[in-house]
Ligand binder design. Structure first.
Ligand SMILES: [Zn+2]
Length: 161
């Protein structure tokens, strides 16, 4: 139901069919590493912080969700559920549309701002303080419908090292 394809800026994650708003799309997987370890590693591009102590290193290729590109006007958002992270549709995503996330202030300032944002239709940055990560409590009720054929469900999970 989703596929990795060539996007405007490298590879991206695309919907193969319409996805309704509020659907769980894919899990962001990878080994769980400590904050300290995350700070020591150089290739932190795919790090996803789950709480003050732990970070998911999403760099393994089995983590299909890592191909989700940044957009300042995203159509999906990430929710942390314990030590796991899921990407949910924020609005209706049409077939062939790219799935995007707002990577957040820190990532934007470190990795995107220096080169300028190339996201589709990027004109303005959302107001400072805009959050894309929500806690479990803020997560909308699960409306589980979508099953991903190309999601490596059950193979790579968050591993405690
Ligand atoms: Zn942008």
């Amino acid at each position: 139901m989703i596929a990795v394809k060539r996007a405007g800026t490298g590879l991206g994650l695309f919907a193969l069919q319409d996805i309704q708003a509020g659907q769980r799309i894919i899990e962001y997987t990878g080994p769980l590493i400590s904050n300290e370890e995350a700070e020591e590693r150089k290739f932190g591009k795919y790090f996803f912080r789950v709480n003050t102590k732990w970070v998911i290193d999403g760099s393994p290729r089995a983590n299909t969700a890592r191909y989700t590109n940044h957009s300042c006007r995203p159509n999906a958002e990430a929710f942390i559920s314990g030590y796991r992270v899921w990407i949910w549709s924020k609005k209706r995503i049409k077939a062939r549309e790219e799935i995007s996330l707002d990577y957040g202030e820190e990532y934007f300032d470190d990795h995107i701002k220096p080169r300028g944002c190339k996201c589709a239709g990027c004109f303005v940055r959302p107001k400072p303080g805009a959050q894309f990560i929500k806690t479990e409590k803020e997560r909308p009720p699960i409306k589980e419908v979508l099953f991903l054929s190309d999601d490596k469900q059950g193979s790579v999970r968050v591993l405690l090292l």
